[in-house]
Design a protein around this ligand. Sequence first.
Ligand code: FAD
Length: 559
Amino acid sequence: KARKKQEEKSTGGMVAYSEYKTGNSPLSIENKHMDPKKKKMVVLGTGWAGISFVKDLDPSTYDVKVVSPRNYFAFTPLLPSVTCGTVEARSIVEPIRSIVKKRIGEIKFCEAECTKIDAANKKIHCRSTFENSPVPSRDFSLEYDYLVIAVGAQVNTFNTPGVMEHCHFLKEVEDAQRIRKSVIDCFEQAVLPDLSEEEKRKNLHFVIVGGGPTGVEFAAELHDYIHEDLVKLYPGVQKFVKISVIQSGDHILNTFDERISAFAETKFSRDGIEVLTGCRVVSVSCDSITMKIKASGEVCALPYGMVLWSTGVGTRPVVKDFMEQIGQGHRRVLAIDEWLQVKGCKDVFAIGDCASVDQRKIIDDITSIFSVADKDNSGTLTIQEFQDVIDDIRVRYPQVDLYMKTNHMQSLRDLLRDAEGNEMEVDIEGFRSALLHVDSQLKSLPATAQVAAQQGEYLSRCFNCLEECKANPEGPRRFRGSGDHMFLPFRYKHLGQFAPLGGEQAAAELPGDWVSMGHSTQWLWYSVYASKQVSWRTRTLVVSDWTRRFIFGRDSSGI
Ligand code: FAD
């Protein structure tokens, strides 16, 4: 009885399990309230993909269990603002139980980490560990009819020595809180008595490795924090402060339109933020970063006070292990088809940063679009036909569209300009090899919240009408194209992307090749990010944090 009471307490009374064991041995847990008629659905993760899936899912036909080591959803685009106290950590998180509260009892949540996916037996193994709790970790397993993997990705150090030990990352709310404390610690250390100028310079050198959106936004936030708030509180050290961004490519924000990259670089140079392009970090020690300048091959060391490592994402161990089981061990993320089902794994779906549509399939499809357009098999298309092909590819594969915008667009324009008369040569095999060559860059859809959320919404829509579609296979929702699938394949709609650049300025790439930069774009950023909050509670908190910052500045207590 006591054990049952304890169990109910720890799960908020939402789930009652018939048996459990502590310790490390996995065992099956059976839900007493489970309706045997309902299919068992297990969702892994409470990030952008998992939450948007669960939020819209109709649980009347499924027994839904959500498993995640985090019992809240975090609005990641505002994490850089948390690092400098512009927004408080609590303002950007919403408990999962509040999000699904309208369906309490129908959607169950377990605060645990999935340690293994056993697709052969349709089972997942989990471990629940509570920090600062005397209760030992608990292992259990859950059976499923449908599994939705939405565990996201983890930081990627590219096995660079010293990164794990000495660098900060910005992936979780706790990371942002640690960075906030570390920035203040650097200032407190710099004003200790008897420090040489060299030591002060080192303590106040903030280095960001990676010139992508996260690195750039953090550099901009930090610059504003230091120059608007901290220099007033730590007089005399302003001249020792330096912010450097190390980027291995030629430009920062290189996934954005080149006008935005150029705008960001000019703004950073005006603000005194050093941008070191064409440099690769080879190791990090407790007080300096060693990097190699690509052009000259020269190796140099940069002393630092704090480093943020922000260079792309890697695979979570549970996904890696699963990929090895299903013969995808050579890949970085799970290969899914256009219906978001894991390739070769019936009833297992993957959404968000941990998955991507199989690129080979895209390339083959694109090749066949060309072949179909080339009706007489001559390798020659009219300009109109060629443009139709390109438009078709863009609609079906927006990720290719994104790639073409940044890299291929120019060559396509040249191709059209150079075409004589109405005819042009399209070397289909050549086009295919070019795509295969860029295969590694054509990383399917970008790993963004926008993609993850749209995939979650799409998949829940499919599940919501799955039973109805099964009962009426010829109904209106049936996908007429292939005949194999009941639904239209997932299509990503790119709604644009923002890059806040500090000083109340931002840059935005909007649909239809629109680019907007400056103060008005920052106001657009405020309105979009306020409207995208998952609840009125977080929306109110975030807006009041922004207002507080305008009136009183940021807090510098470092807690
Ligand atoms: P996540 O949101 O990372 O969620 C993964 C979930 O899985 C988490 O709940 C985690 O606890 C859980 N999990 C992990 N391991 C396990 C396990 N073993 N078992 C069960 N659950 C597990 N994108 C944008 O579109 N716009 C932006 O402005 C933007 N800014 C960003 C700023 C920062 C600082 C960061 C880090 C990312 C930003 N992104 C942005 C990217 C965006 O956050 C990700 O693309 C998005 O979070 C991916 O969603 P996801 O659900 O796949 O993964």
